[in-house]
Design a protein around this ligand. Structure first.
Ligand SMILES: C[S@@+](CC[C@H](N)C(=O)[O-])C[C@H]1O[C@@H](n2cnc3c(N)ncnc32)[C@H](O)[C@@H]1O
Length: 169
């Protein structure tokens, strides 16, 4: 059994207002995998409340994203989440391998990562007018997030770049 040691820098959680903008681009009643999420994740809550069928997995519950195989994702329409940033290059490599439509909320500079820039033509960006705030493990909202984040998507948005106004609630 592999023992998981969390990287403290990866433990930042998404607020509902940063999940909601993706909703309008999803087909109704989709099957969605949230691979970095527990039942308390706002991805799980917001997507379920919007009528989607959501499956969530998290390393601390013994489900390592990197163990997923093609057969495990066959039934999903999308893979959506905010992944661990310390592993984002590996995450995008794995997403390429799984070859499913995805939306990942990551620092905007991630477009320069090899797995993204190598196939930039099939990626899409959902950009925002404000810096997204995240929540710490202790429930504190980070008022000055260190980076601009955006959704890097594949086969989800109708155009390559979309700008949206964020409504912080
Ligand atoms: C940036 S946090 C975001 C959590 C959640 N998706 C959200 O937006 O609120 C990323 C999470 O992925 C978890 N994680 C790290 N490595 C993982 C792996 N290999 N498989 C699944 N989850 C992992 C971390 O422990 C962390 O809680």
């Amino acid at each position: 059994m592999t023992i998981y040691f969390p990287n403290k820098n990866d433990e930042w959680y998404t607020l509902p207002y940063a999940v909601e903008p993706i909703l309008e681009f999803l087909k109704p009643n989709s099957n969605i995998l949230c691979p970095f999420d527990t039942k308390d994740s706002e991805y799980v809550n917001v997507l379920m409340n919007a009528g989607h069928n959501v499956t969530y997995r998290h390393i601390k519950e013994g489900s390592d994203f990197f163990d997923l195989e093609d057969k495990d994702v066959l039934l999903f329409d999308y893979i959506i989440s905010n992944p661990p940033y310390s592993l984002r290059k590996q995450v995008f490599n794995k997403l390429e391998e799984l070859n499913k439509p995805f939306a990942m909320l990551v620092p905007l500079v991630s477009i320069a990562l090899k797995p993204i820039r190598e196939k930039l033509q099939d990626k899409q960006l959902l950009l925002f007018d404000k810096r997204i705030k995240f929540k710490s493990e202790e429930g504190m909202i980070c008022k000055n997030p260190p980076s601009e984040t955006a959704y890097i998507c594949k086969n989800i948005l109708p155009k390559q770049i979309i700008f949206k106004e964020l409504k912080y609630t």
